[in-house]
Design a protein around this ligand. Structure first.
Ligand code: NAP
Length: 430
């Protein structure tokens, strides 16, 4: 029996879905007893040249051709953004259609509303592609790992920033030059702010943390810092101190106290996340029973993203076959404290520019001693006749205490700049 599918959007992801579903139709029929068939495709411009072969009669600019067609039972949303994607998805769910989406912006901001609409209509809502592209993250967290209390999530969830930071590490180039190159190669958008300011990674963290920590997390719960201020000097000192700089999306749950952050951090080279380079994504998870786990792969791209979407299609078809649609989607949430202001104590990296004269380091050491901050390692280098640069790795310290000490340092006449203050993620026996 054919199951008719309406596809919303036929861009990078939508084209991959058309391609892969056509290739795998026989296999899917063998697996599920049902044959998926895309019958209508919503686009903005039906005359635009497409990367895939689509019969022109399938293209439409009218969403109602899909949303109000009673023969279409599955809708795949690959438009992106909040509106009109959210209204289309809600209309599809209310019309009793199963929905699969790759849209992290919509799920991060309206996930609760959308999951509730699916639960009410007793239909499936699946969004494996919304976080980590091809990497299975949602299903492992929602199903395979539910016997665990997840205490830590640490992810490289944005391919563009990981590409930029990897290039800065391998070439020694400055941020602006690598960003320009990434834009020329099409790896970064013309307006890259959502990626480089950390918002894209934060949306993905909100989705993962909601599932992993079983508590509703919104973007406002996440402290977000981007990578614009990272310089070639930071990258070089990180390397000397045995680490690489990554944009990390971090969540921890300490007995119901949840803390979430997105920002650049030094990752020690012995940590598996330090080896995740270029546009690859990875998520490191700690579960109380499973221990450490790491998921790694392509976080974007036409076919990698389609791989996750078509996997969701197969689940929807299986559920239809077994008459269990809509029963696995809903999750019970638990009220927890989501603490925005108080990240956990950790080691930190600081880079300062100071006057190159005797006694300056002693002044810095005295301020740190007063604040009870101890230094693990220090690298000092002369910049020119009057100035020197000092890179310091501290022992674990609360970011609040360090911030206060940094304010005092900034007031010292011989401390010219405090360039960077970054947390450090410890390696160890991973
Ligand atoms: N690209 C990736 O690698 C990737 C990875 C993971 C997740 N995602 C997510 O997947 C979604 C799609 O991304 P994409 O890269 O495929 O985007 P895209 O290439 O820009 O494609 C968007 C498609 O949606 C159509 N569309 C946009 N607005 C519309 C509207 N108002 N009405 C009707 N059709 C509309 C466009 O029609 P026209 O073709 O006529 O312009 C286009 O076909 C986003 O949510 C994105 O975050 C993408």
């Amino acid at each position: 029996m054919d199951v008719l599918i309406g596809l919303l959007g036929c861009g990078t992801v939508g084209s991959g879905v058309i391609d892969l579903l056509a290739k795998r139709a026989d296999r899917i029929e063998e697996l599920t007893g049902l044959r998926p068939q895309i019958t209508r495709i919503l686009v903005r411009d039906v005359h635009k040249p497409r990367d895939v072969n689509v019969p022109p009669s399938q293209l439409t600019t009218q969403a109602t051709d899909i949303l109000e067609d009673p023969n279409i039972s599955v809708v795949i949303e690959t438009i992106g953004g909040i509106e009109p994607a959210r209204s289309f998805v809600l209309a599809a769910l209310r019309a009793g259609k199963h929905v699969i989406t790759a849209n992290k912006d919509m799920i991060a901001e309206y996930g609760e509303e959308i999951l509730a609409a699916a639960e009410k209509a007793q239909v499936d809502i699946l969004f494996e592609a919304a976080v980590g592209g091809a990497i299975p993250l949602i299903r492992p967290l929602k199903e395979s790992l539910t016997a665990n209390v997840i205490t830590e999530l640490n992810g490289i969830l944005n391919g563009t920033t990981n590409y930029i930071l990897s290039k800065m590490t391998s070439t020694g180039a400055e941020f602006a030059d690598v960003l320009q190159e990434a834009q020329d190669l099409g790896y970064a958008e013309r307006d890259p702010s959502s990626d480089i300011d950390g918002l894209d990674a934060a949306r993905k963290l909100a989705i993962l943390a909601t599932i992993a920590f079983q508590t509703t997390v919104s973007l406002d719960d996440i402290q977000i810092t981007g990578i614009r201020s990272i310089t070639a000097a930071d990258v070089r000192y990180a390397n000397e101190l045995g680490a690489v700089i990554k944009l990390l999306a971090t969540g921890c749950d300490e007995g119901g106290d949840v803390r979430l952050q997105v920002g650049p951090a030094l990752v020690e080279k012995s940590h598996p996340l330090a080896r995740v380079d270029d546009a690859f994504n990875a998520l490191f998870i700690h579960g109380d029973a499973a221990g450490d786990l790491m998921f790694f792969g392509r976080g974007a791209g036409s076919l990698p993203t389609a791989s996750a979407i078509v996997g969701d299609v197969i689940e929807v078809l299986r559920n239809i076959r077994l008459s269990v649609s809509g029963r696995l989607g809903a999750m019970r949430m638990v009220a927890k404290t989501v603490n925005v202001r108080e990240p956990a104590p950790t080691r930190h990296f600081l880079r300062l520019e100071v006057s190159d004269k005797p006694g300056v380091f002693a002044q810095i050491a005295a301020i740190f001693a007063d604040a009870n901050i101890s230094m693990e390692s220090v690298v000092q280098r002369r910049l020119h006749e009057q100035a020197a640069e000092i890179a310091i790795m501290t022992h674990a310290i609360s970011p609040g205490v360090l911030k206060n000490a940094t304010l005092i340092l900034r007031d010292l006449p011989d401390v010219r700049f405090v360039h960077s203050v970054l947390p450090v993620v410890q390696g160890g026996n991973h």
